[in-house]
Structures are given as C-alpha cells and as structure tokens.
Design a protein around this ligand. Structure first.
Ligand code: SF4
Ligand code: SF4
Length: 197
C-alpha cells in the first residue's frame, strides 16, 4: 500500500459528502423505471384491434421457468381473432414462476408479446398471479375494435400484412392516432391508487 492510498480513499468519501442527495419517494410517488425495464407482459394488437398472437407456443417453449401456457385455435370466417389462420385461444402467464427474463419476448415471431414497465405484481392469492389472456391483452386504442371481427386493414392476409407503412411511423390505417395518449410508465402504481380511493 502506498503512502497516498489512504488519502485517495478519503477523497472518494469527501467527494460523495458534497453531492446532492437523492431520496426515492416510492411508494408515495410512482417509481420511474428505465425505459427498457422488464415488467409485466402485454399481448399486442394490430391497429384494427385483431390480436397479433398466432398461438404458436414458441414463447412457452422458450421459457426457462415453464411459466407460459398457450392453446392455439383456428380462426373461422364467422369468428376471427387474428388476421392469419390461427390465434391464441388460451394464454396464461404464471407470475409465481416468471423471472421476467424476457426470453419469451425474443422468441415471439410476430411481436405479439412485449413487456411493460409495470412491476407491482405482488398479490396475496396464488390464483390471481396466473394472468389470463384477458388481463394480458393491450387496451383498445382509437380505431381498434374488440375481436372477433373481419380484417379491417386489407381483404386478405397479403394486403393486410404488406400494407404496413415503412418503419419509422405508426400504422394509422385504422384511423388517426394523433389523440392517442401513451400508457403511463407504471400502471401498477395507478391501479393501486385506484383501489385505495
Ligand atoms: S419473462 Fe422469462 S420466465 Fe417470464 S414468462 Fe417470459 S421466458 Fe418465462
Ligand atoms: S405470444 Fe408470440 S410466441 Fe407466444 S404463442 Fe403468441 S405468437 Fe407465438
């Protein structure tokens, strides 16, 4: 150890002493997570409201914790939930098992599955920690209609998928998205406040 090493050590202490302190006010104020934080999952929709999930089960196979259960089914002309042939009839994520690693998101071929910033998942019931499809589906934004319904973005699969705009701007074929309000960062905090009110 050199003679100046203790002085260097104290230098770190002194520098820290004069820094502005930062106190996290959570849970009184919502915690702002990093933009790419791995929180609760969301099943996404196309701009007309049809579901992006095709029930392929790749997410379930990729999951190291066996936390996902999927059952696919065939769309019919009378009852269509996704623009292609199949959709996810049953979709469950068990948050008692999930480690929020994101491997399922990487495995999904249609970008149907993504993760939100919501992290307040604690609950006192095992059953309510198994999220069904109804809780995982994204909200209906302006221009979206709850399935089942016809494809609104093109008569067949080719028109539907190839009609997507070039990357860099949102797909507004179902209507003007100008008034769309982005989801708040921490939906869990807002849900808790709503329950307390
Ligand atoms: S985040 Fe990881 S553990 Fe959770 S469901 Fe996806 S793959 Fe499984
Ligand atoms: S979320 Fe993606 S990977 Fe999982 S079943 Fe649906 S389409 Fe397949």
């Amino acid at each position: 150890m050199g003679v100046l090493d203790p002085i260097a050590g104290f230098g770190v202490t002194f520098k820290t002493m004069f820094r502005k302190t930062f106190t996290e006010q959570y849970p009184a104020k919502p915690k702002v997570t990093a933009p790419r934080f791995h929180g609760r999952h969301q099943l996404n929709r196309w701009p007309d409201g049809l579901e992006k999930c095709v029930g392929c089960e790749l997410c379930a196979w990729a999951c190291p914790a066996d936390a996902i259960y999927v059952e696919g089914a065939q769309n019919t002309e009378d009852e269509r939930f996704s623009p292609g042939e199949r959709y996810g009839r049953v979709y469950q994520i068990n948050y008692q098992r999930c480690i929020l690693c994101g491997l399922c998101v990487e495995a999904c071929p249609t970008r149907a599955l993504t993760m939100t910033n919501e992290f307040e998942l604690a609950d006192d019931s095992r059953a309510s920690l198994i999220y069904e499809k109804s809780r995982l589906l994204g909200p209906l934004l302006p221009g979206m209609e709850a399935p089942p319904h016809e494809r609104r973005l093109g008569d067949d699969e080719q028109a539907y998928f190839l009609g997507l705009p070039n990357t860099g701007r949102p797909d507004d074929r179902a209507g003007d998205l100008g008034g769309t309000v982005p989801q708040p960062m921490n939906q869990g905090y807002l849900n808790r406040k709503r329950k307390e009110a």
